[in-house]
Design a protein around this ligand. Structure first.
Ligand SMILES: C[S@@+](CC[C@H](N)C(=O)[O-])C[C@H]1O[C@@H](n2cnc3c(N)ncnc32)[C@H](O)[C@@H]1O
Length: 248
């Protein structure tokens, strides 16, 4: 098993040399995308027909979720290469370069109903400033990120390597869940954590059992929602749940 895993990993690196976008769509990334998006659908958020700012969109593999719900989407990413590839694959979509570490760029992007921020916050070296700027852009944010387990408020900046799906500034973060909830409350007014975990091992169902060490390599993820108005949805809690139900 170990040897097959190593061979597969080697083949992934060979493939990534030929195709720099491979890391966005190799099988583990596809599995993560499927789990996250079917989980998002299960939250029953009022998204139909809204305008969406997708940040850190990569090559646009998650955009279809919103298109299927009649939304208009502006897909953005810090990397011109990713936006060029997104446009090549989907010439009909609206897409532009947007660096979330540049608050002036975020302020100039316009107003939307929803910010969709999945898989992106932990690739930022300025997560607090970026969330503050995004708080001015839309009354609702859907946020999925990698985290460090623990009850303390900590942002935990980490170094990242160069790849088209990593931090543009080569600095990322692995904040704690309380830190994320605090930021969402500050910039949206109401913060919610998902009571269910996507069907993927990166999403713990027992947070007290997770080791509270900053780990830039192994991913520990959760889903949050920030909202200017109070939400009353069965899948969301204003308190951080210690244990979550796994979606099948
Ligand atoms: C792991 S990928 C996530 C792609 C997609 N959102 C998903 O969840 O599958 C992270 C993306 O964030 C982008 N990114 C990195 N630094 C950024 C920044 N400062 N501003 C905006 N996007 C950034 C990367 O270029 C990459 O496309």
């Amino acid at each position: 098993m170990m040897q097959r895993g190593a061979v597969t990993r080697l083949m992934d690196h060979v493939r990534a040399r030929k195709d720099p976008f491979w890391w966005f769509e190799y099988p583990p990334a596809r599995a993560l995308n499927d789990a996250r998006m079917s989980h998002l659908a299960s939250l029953d958020l009022p998204l139909e027909g809204g305008s969406v700012l997708e940040v850190g969109a990569g090559i646009g593999l998650l955009t279809g979720f919103f298109e299927e719900r009649g939304c208009t989407v502006m897909s953005t990413d810090a990397r011109p290469e990713n936006i060029a590839e997104l446009r090549r694959r989907h010439p009909e979509r609206r897409a532009r370069v947007l660096d979330l570490e540049d608050a002036a760029q975020v302020a100039a992007v316009g107003s939307f109903d929803v910010v969709f921020c999945y898989g992106t916050l932990y690739h930022l070296g300025t997560p607090a400033e970026s969330l503050e700027a995004l708080g001015q852009v839309a009354p609702l944010i859907l946020l999925e990120t990698c985290l460090t387990p623990g009850d303390q408020m900590a942002v935990n900046l980490v170094a990242e390597h160069t790849a088209l799906n990593q931090a543009q500034s080569m600095q990322g973060c692995r904040p704690t869940r309380p830190w994320v909830m605090d930021q969402l409350r500050r910039h949206w007014g109401h913060a919610y954590a998902s009571l269910t975990a996507p069907a993927h091992p990166d999403f713990p169902t027992d947070w007290p059992a997770c080791p509270g060490v900053v780990d830039p390599v192994h991913h520990t993820r959760a889903v949050f929602v920030g909202s200017r108005s109070e939400l009353d949805l069965p899948g969301l809690s204003p308190e951080l749940p210690e244990r979550l139900e796994r979606r099948s």
